[in-house]
Design a protein around this ligand. Structure first.
Ligand SMILES: [Zn+2]
Length: 252
């Protein structure tokens, strides 16, 4: 178990829906941004079926939720936000989605990708994990390895100026279990504010703030952290390989 103080230079969070980042990892994002990291968000869907209101259309819901997402991102200082606009509730881990994610990874060239966990089928409270979460988690893993770092896969992206990039680490977002815990005591207030920017989702949720505080406090128990977020970290490149890649940037 590591209680990490590691700060990447750049990170890209890839999620299924507006508010997934805020529930899962925005306390960590806020810390990293404050420490100087560049962070980008990729949202595979815009949550177009997520507003249950009479007269609501998918187009209108998309608009509302993208505005909320940008507001939430701004609260923690993230401006690079990409919406892929796949259909909410129907995401599949296809080659087309993999290529879109490879394009984003090669464009932004993040040191760390924050990903959803494709292996979670059941939620801690005994429910079913959303199929979009599993599909996006799987597509993200498949985009990171080997596709993004393999120049001979999706070679046509070179025509758009996007060359192979090997991610250093993957932070797989977790509801509590994990091998790496980030202390978010200094950013828990920002996490709650960012979450509250998703008015269409959390506006009517009773006791949300307390639930988030309790949840992050539970993760911090035994780790000398008042509030924490949990991850499972995959090391895709050793420190030596990463340092070497940084000092010898490939010339295109
Ligand atoms: Zn979600």
């Amino acid at each position: 178990m590591s209680n990490t103080t590691y700060i990447p230079q750049s990170a890209m969070a890839i999620v299924a829906h507006p508010d997934d980042i805020e529930f899962g990892c925005v306390g960590t994002v806020a810390r990293w941004v404050q420490a100087g990291a560049k962070v980008a968000y990729v949202l595979v869907t815009s949550g177009d079926v997520g507003i249950a209101e009479a007269g609501m259309t998918k187009a209108k819901a998309t608009e509302i939720r993208e505005v909320e997402t940008l507001a939430a991102a701004k609260i923690v200082g993230v401006e690079d936000v990409t919406f892929l606009r796949e259909p909410d509730g129907m995401v599949e881990n296809t080659m087309t989605l993999r290529k879109q994610l490879v394009r984003q990874i090669r464009r932004f060239r993040p040191e760390v990708v924050i990903a959803m966990d494709p292996t979670i089928m059941y939620t801690p409270l005994g429910g079913i994990n959303h199929p979009d979460h599993r599909a996006v988690g799987g597509a993200t893993m498949d985009a990171i390895f080997p596709a993004s770092g393999q120049p001979n896969l999706f070679q046509e992206l070179e025509e758009e100026g996007f060359y192979a990039h090997k991610v250093r680490k993957v932070y797989v977002s977790s509801r509590g279990e994990g091998d790496t815990f980030v202390d978010i005591s200094s950013t828990i207030d920002l996490k709650i504010q960012a979450l509250q920017a998703h008015v269409s989702q959390v506006g009517a949720m009773e006791g949300l703030e307390q639930r988030i505080r309790d949840w992050s406090a539970r993760i911090g128990v035994g780790k000398e952290m008042a509030n924490a977020e949990a991850f499972r970290v995959l090391v895709m490149q050793t420190d030596e390989a990463w340092a070497k890649a940084q000092s010898n940037p490939t010339v295109h």
